[in-house]
Design a protein around this ligand. Structure first.
Ligand code: ADP
Length: 467
């Protein structure tokens, strides 16, 4: 496995090396051009002076071979450049350095230019065995408007090359140093990344094996992406742990809810069969058996409904309908129980208020909320049902004057099988009604909440989209 450290170092080294290569090449070219053009200007200036001097000596009759030879050698040492004089036929008539030899072809080219009155500038490789680069300047020697000779100044570019070599060496040293620094910094940086990643990998494996107690400490004083990842991971672990707990408690709740009616049914049926229950009480106990069977049936139906809602197997068929009509229909279903409990219902819903939702699902919500409002109400209590429209949304409220829910427990009532008080869960509630309500409202991307005071009553409000 190639580590992150290796990949980082490789990438950075390549970037630095390429960067310095480009930088070095550009710098090399620029410096070379600069030095050569400097040298060239200097040589042209000197050539001009010498050519003028030569012309002057010629006119004044001062020019004489030995003297010229002497002067030219002197200038050669002074300028550090060989000096040549050529004639119209490109023959060398004077040379300060016998070793410096320009081949005929190039000599003729320079001659052509110089005898046209121009300054020739050329870079030539000179030397028999080891060829070295030379800069050659050709300058016309003019007497009485006639070009009588070509003056050639030849100097090696070695000096410039040496300087460039030194520059290159410095660039390479800096590159090497940079790579070293990168190695160290990357090591420190990647350690910061790798250590938590390794911990995350180990913890994930343990979670997969069912150990949800994994928590990874966030490094001190850090709020970077790694810390974010760790805190998301810890959050995920916490959620998984909750989920696992919920799964376990769900199974135990289901078993419990199934077991008690089944135990009753078994007891009654056995009593009837072995005649412990006398014949005249048979109908009574069979009615109890029937009630238990209905209870079981309800429980299974609610469980199925909840599971379908949670698995998204229920399609939300949106339609526009009057919410009043749904509430009225549901109230009729509860008429008998409302009368039995002598509850007074106040219905203040706008009869014309049209909402956009799944009609069947919303009737289920109202059904469950009304069921609770009756179930947990006191005899002779009240139920207020009203609607409001705020910021383009319908707010539907069902309020009762029942036993209320303690504040601390209000957020728990939406959980599956949660009952505020087992003994209070009259009339066979199993604790699934509000979970179903919550799921339906969630499917509609709407909200539901409760406001309640113990002993005073509860108020459930949910929102719906208008048409
Ligand atoms: P259940 O079938 O037990 O009524 P729900 O999911 O409908 O289950 O409600 C969960 C719990 O919330 C109930 O057991 C009850 O304790 C509490 N609760 C729900 N509605 C009301 C209400 N209107 N007044 C008082 N308590 C309520």
């Amino acid at each position: 496995m190639k580590s992150i450290y290796f990949k980082f170092v490789l990438t950075y080294t390549i970037i630095i090396a390429v960067g310095f290569l480009i930088f070095g090449t550009v710098l090399n070219n620029l410096t070379e051009n600069y030095f050569i053009s400097q040298k060239q200007t200097q040589l042209v200036r000197e050539a001009e002076k010498i050519a003028t001097g030569l012309a002057l000596w010629y006119i004044t009759g001062f020019l004489e071979q030995d003297r010229l030879r002497f002067e030219i050698r002197f200038l050669r040492d002074y300028l550090n450049a060989s000096i040549l004089l050529i004639n119209k036929n490109a023959n060398v008539i004077l040379n300060s350095d016998e070793q410096v030899y320009i081949d005929d072809f190039n000599l003729r080219k320079i001659r052509d230019k110089v005898f046209e009155g121009e300054i020739a500038v050329k870079k030539l490789l000179i030397g028999d065995i080891i060829k070295r680069e030379y800069l050659v300047i050709g300058y016309p020697v003019v007497i009485n408007n006639h070009i009588i000779s070509g003056l050639l100044l030849i100097t090696s570019t070695d000096e410039i090359r040496q300087t460039l070599k030194m520059y290159n060496r410095i660039i390479w040293l800096v590159t090497l140093f940079e790579v070293l620094v990168v190695l160290i910094i990357t090591y420190a940086l990647t350690q910061r990344i790798i250590t938590p990643i390794k911990k995350l990998a180990q913890a994930s494996r343990r979670i997969a094996e069912g150990d949800f107690s994994q928590k990874i400490p966030i490094p001190n004083n850090s709020d970077d992406e790694i810390s974010e990842l760790i805190s998301s991971f810890n959050y995920m672990t916490e959620k998984l742990e909750n989920l696992e707990m919920m799964r376990k408690s769900f199974i135990s709740n289901v078993s419990h809810e199934l077991r008690s009616p089944l135990t009753s049914i078994r007891g009654f049926v056995e009593g009837i069969l072995d005649r412990t229950i006398p014949d005249d009480k048979r109908d009574f106990y069979l009615t109890l058996v029937k009630e238990e069977v209905i209870k079981l049936n309800n429980l299974i139906n609610q469980l199925l409904e909840l599971s379908r809602l949670e698995w998204g197997k229920i399609n939300v068929n949106l339609s526009e309908f009057k919410i009043y009509s749904v509430i009225a229909e549901e109230l009729i279903k509860f008429e008998k129980r409302i009368e039995e409990k002598e509850i007074d219902v106040s219905l203040q819903v706008d009869e014309e208020l049209v909402v956009k939702a799944d009609r069947d699902l919303i009737s289920r919500v109202i059904h469950n909320l009304l069921d609770n409002a009756i179930k947990y109400n006191k005899v002779g209590g009240k139920i207020y049902i009203y609607s409001e429209v705020v910021n383009g949304k319908a707010y539907i409220t069902i309020q009762d004057t029942g036993i209320g829910i303690p504040e601390k427990l209000q957020k728990l009532i939406w959980e599956r099988f949660y009952k505020v008080d087992e003994s209070r869960s009259l009339e066979n509630g199993v604790g699934l009604g509000l979970s179903i309500v919550k799921e339906i409202i969630k499917l509609h991307k709407q909200n539901i909440w409760v406001e309640s005071e113990e002993g005073v009553g509860s108020k459930f409000t949910f929102t719906l989209d208008l048409k």
